[in-house]
Each structure stands twice: as C-alpha cells, then as structure tokens.
Design a protein. Structure first.
Length: 395
C-alpha cells in the first residue's frame, strides 16, 4: 500500500455548505489530509466551533472588526490556532509553502483574490467559487497554467466532465459537452407563474442542499449560465461545443460526446462530497462517505430542453459569453446585487433577470486584458444595479 505524506488543506468558506462537505471528507482521511487553514466571512461562532473540531494552524475571518472575538475565542478554548483577519491575510496563507491544497469555496466575487493567489502560487486548487472564473476566467487559467497549478473543478457538472475527460483540456476529439441542470424548484412553471414566488420557495432546492445564493441562482437558471462560462474557461471550449439539458433527477452530472459517437457521462447521488473527494484524491479514488448509485431504486432518467422564455438568465449568460470581454463580469456582478436584494425581500423574482439585462445593455462589453479592467466593470455593474433597484422595490 502506498504511503502518503499528509497534505495541508486550506478551506476557504469553511462555514458554508461546500466547506462543511470538504471538512467531512478531510476528516475521513486523517492520515492523508489536515485542515490547516479555515476561513470565513463574518460568522465567528461557527468558525470557532470548526476550529475546536479540526484544530487548524490558522483561522481567518474576513471582517477585520471581528478579529478580537476570534483571537479571544481561540484562546478561551485553549486552542493553538492563530487568529487572522482580512482578505490580505488569506492571500498570504494560501501562498505559503506549507499549504498544499486550497478549497476555494467563498461565495461570490469576494473569492476572486484568494482563488487567484492560489492559482498563481501553483497549488492544487479545488475550485467551487465559480464566480471568480466567470469574472476573470482567462486570467485565472493563464495564471494557473503558468504556475503549474492543478485546478480540479468542484461544481458537480464540471467535476463530471473532468472525470470523463480525465483532464482539464477538451481535445479536438470532443464534439460536445452537455451540462445537465436539475431545473430548480420552479421547473415547468411559466414566466407569469414566477412573478409571485417567494424567497423560501426559491431556496428550497429539490435535489441539492446548498447556500442561499447558489440556490436562488439554480431557481433562475443563472447558475447554469455561470456554469457555461465556467466550462468555457476550464475546458477551452466555445459556445459551438457547449449545451444544456434539464435532467430533474440530478443523477447524471454531465456528459461528454466524442467524434466517434461515444458519449461518456458521470453518474452519482447528488452529494458534493463526491466531487470534493475526487479533487482531494485525484488521480486516486478515496472514500467520500457517499454511497453508490442503485439504479433499480432510481430507474428513471428524464431529459428536456431548458425553457429560455421562462428563465431568461440562461439566455443572458449565453449572450454574455458570446460578447466576451467584460460582459461576464457585468453579468455576474449585476446578478450578485439582484440576488442579494431578492434574498432580503426587497425585489421580486422576475426583477433578477430584468436587472441583469439592464446592466448588460447599459455597460457594453469592452476587451478585458487586465484584472483592473475587470474589477472596474464589476464595480460599475454593482453601482448601476444598486441604483436600478429603486425601480424594482417590492411594495
Ligand atoms: P454558502 O453561502 O453556504 O457559504 C459561503 C461561504 O463563504 C461561508 O463560509 C461564508 O462565511 C464565506 N464568505 C462569504 N463572504 C465572504 C467574504 N467576503 N470573505 C470571506 N468569506 C466569505 O455557499 P456555498 O457553500 O453554497 O457556495 C460556495 C461557493 O461554491 C459558491 O461560489 C457556489 O457557487 C459554489 N458551489 C456550491 C455548491 C453547493 O452545493 N453548495 C455546488 C457548486 C458550486 P460566513 O459563514 O462567515 O458568512
């Protein structure tokens, strides 16, 4: 049996849904992996509880005002874990030679800097933070390739494609990549029926347990749109070789079609621990805690075309991908602002695509050859969408 040196893993977004799944898989393999850095946004109590269980070397809270609470909480618990605050501390810890693997699971564009830092430092990068790829995919992939970083996609669809290709490069023999989509909680509803849906209905995903932002993205199908752009960057494929199929059972996680007529797919129960185990162990397979798929208990696999009229976010993402340059950054930023307002009960569900469409129309794509240009587009789209919210506020 092979002997493995223990690898130190930084879990960014440790208090979230992906963070919990990553820590679950890591804890199953104490001889191979250690959670050495745990990072969160503002939830100090949850971070302290995780530190008591996993005893990392470092804990980071993004909100600098919470530093003293983290430091005192660690000391009161008698833990040797060092406290840090702010995003710069995170960037410093992920590039440290003692950090071998980075799980990028911060939600939203807030995850960009640390994800890019890990790519630039040549780490194994388990990439769940899709927004950073949508915002700055070309720069991220170029940085990772230049530094020899191993990006392993964690999104279940991209992880499935990665497993089918056994690499991150779709060669010329790949004729089509098909992303599957559950269709979310509102599959089958007309646009008119979507006008009155609530926050609670939107975040009650039928198949996956996820954080609130991605749950709303799944309900609007923006999640699939972000994933198209993510696939474009990860696998080097254009729009002509990408497609989406709605598959409500969420058992086939994506498909790759080859020029000889073969189609490979990856199947499994909907549980993110499978993707995370692939990311940690690859090219080996390690236990994830997820059981096998018994097709006799799940005998039906249905597929249908997405309804672009009821769910225009998917169409907007196709268009942003085709426009290129700053368009995906604008799409992502406007969506983050709109989803946050929806989650706060300030706007209705249909205002999300309307606000994204307005931002894309008002801020036409320009070439994006630097991070500064992309961050400026992101900031401008946030400002504009915050301003445009006024015209959509719920009574
Ligand atoms: P959650 O909302 O459950 O968790 C988000 C995490 O990010 C929390 O740990 C949160 O910390 C942290 N965070 C938020 N803002 C900041 C910030 N400014 N700085 C540092 N940390 C911050 O999200 P998910 O786990 O669902 O999703 C995480 C990412 O993974 C997203 O990009 C999502 O699209 C992607 N993804 C998720 C899937 C899933 O099944 N959940 C599937 C595929 C992809 P705190 O708790 O302190 O706020």
């Amino acid at each position: 049996m092979a002997v493995h040196a223990s690898r130190n893993v930084a879990v960014l977004g440790a208090t979230g849904s992906i963070g919990a799944s990553a820590l679950d898989v890591i804890a199953r393999h104490p001889e191979r992996y250690r959670a050495s850095v745990l990072a969160a946004g503002g939830n100090v109590d949850a971070l302290l509880a995780l530190c008591a269980t996993h005893r990392p070397d470092h804990a980071v809270i993004a909100d600098e005002a919470l530093y003293a609470r983290l430091r005192d909480g660690l000391s009161d618990a008698g833990l040797a874990t060092r406290a840090h605050a702010g995003m710069a501390a995170l960037d410093m810890l992920v590039v440290d030679p003692d950090c071998h693997v980075v799980v990028a699971a911060i939600v939203g564009a807030a995850g960009l800097a640390s994800t890019l830092a890990a790519a630039t430092a040549g780490k194994r990068l388990l990439l769940a933070n899709k927004e950073s790829l949508v915002l700055a995919g070309e720069l991220m992939i170029a940085a990772a390739d230049a530094a020899g970083a191993e990006i392993i996609p964690i999104d279940s669809e991209h992880n499935a494609i990665f497993q089918c290709l056994r690499s991150r490069q779709a060669q010329a023999q790949v004729s089509r990549i098909v992303l599957t989509a559950s269709g979310g909680p509102f599959r089958g509803r007309s646009r008119a029926e979507l006008a009155q849906v609530t926050r609670e209905q939107a975040i009650a995903h039928p198949k996956w347990v996820m954080g609130p932002k991605i749950s709303v993205d799944s309900a609007t199908l923006m999640n699939k749109g972000l994933e198209l752009i993510e696939a474009h960057h990860l696998f080097g494929v254009g729009r002509d070789r990408l497609d989406v199929l709605v598959h409500p059972q969420s058992l086939v996680h994506s498909l790759v079609e080859f020029v000889d007529g073969s189609t490979l797919a990856q199947l499994g129960l909907p549980d993110m621990r499978t993707s995370l185990a692939v990311g940690l162990g690859w090219p080996e397979r390690i236990d994830s805690g997820v059981g096998g798929l018994d097709l006799l208990k799940h005998p039906r696999l249905d597929f249908e075309a997405p309804d672009l009229a009821a769910f225009p976010c998917l169409q907007l993402a196709w268009e942003a991908m085709a426009a290129g340059g700053t368009a995906p950054a604008v799409l992502n930023a406007a969506n983050e602002v709109a989803v946050s307002a929806f989650l706060q009960g300030r706007i209705g569900f249909l205002s999300i695509p309307a606000l994204v469409e307005d931002a894309l129309a008002a801020l036409p794509a320009v070439p994006a050859d630097s991070l500064e240009v992309l961050l400026a587009a992101d900031a401008e789209a946030r400002r504009l969408t915050e301003h445009n919210l006024a015209g959509h506020l719920s009574a």
